[in-house]
Design a binder for this molecule. Structure first.
Ligand code: SF4
Ligand code: SF4
Length: 164
């Protein structure tokens, strides 16, 4: 997806959750897209750990890490007051992510996508299909804004519920 495609009237600010939302057209999705279906993410960190192990990173170094969308006070800390607690998660792909090029060029899935136990991650043609399916279910489809300095070509679908 080009930088140009992320600007202009396609980009709008979401008043509900303070995230800059974008709606890339289907034709703008790159071949090596990673799709994150936030409706399915349970914040288990398997994506991060499988990347760290598979790519031989030192302990604690992550190309993808998992943010808690909750109280803002740390990992797995919900917002609200018991028993009315709320929390969701967002895998964040850093610019260090190499999209597992050696693997994908050999026809394998990226470590993170292959090992997600909840089918929240998709790559390539599978991702493009799932993006369209999420769009059909009414999810908001977006990329993180440039100031997040994340990996290009990572597209999210909002959960069909409020993000806190
Ligand atoms: S994307 Fe998958 S592996 Fe990563 S935290 Fe979410 S559910 Fe776990
Ligand atoms: S695509 Fe590969 S390099 Fe990027 S976060 Fe996933 S496992 Fe790590």
């Amino acid at each position: 997806m080009t930088e140009k495609a992320m600007k202009g009237p396609m980009a709008k600010r979401d008043p509900e959750n303070n995230i800059w939302a974008h709606s890339p057209a289907k034709t703008e999705i790159p071949d090596d897209v990673i799709f994150v279906d936030l409706l399915r993410c349970t914040g288990c960190w398997t994506c991060s750990l499988s990347c760290m192990t598979g790519n031989g990173l030192p302990d604690g170094r992550y190309f993808v890490n998992v943010r808690t969308l909750g109280s803002g006070e740390g990992i797995d800390r919900p917002s609200g007051t018991w028993p009315d607690l709320r929390m969701s998660w967002m895998p964040y792909y850093t610019h260090h992510c190499i999209k597992c090029k050696p693997r994908t060029e050999a026809g394998e899935l990226p470590y993170c996508v292959k090992n997600c136990p909840n089918k929240a991650l998709y790559y390539g043609a599978d991702a493009a299909e799932k993006i369209e399916a999420a769009r059909q279910r009414g999810a908001r489809i977006y990329q993180l804004p440039e100031w997040e300095h994340g990996k290009d070509g990572v597209i999210y679908a909002s959960p069909d519920r409020e993000i806190i």
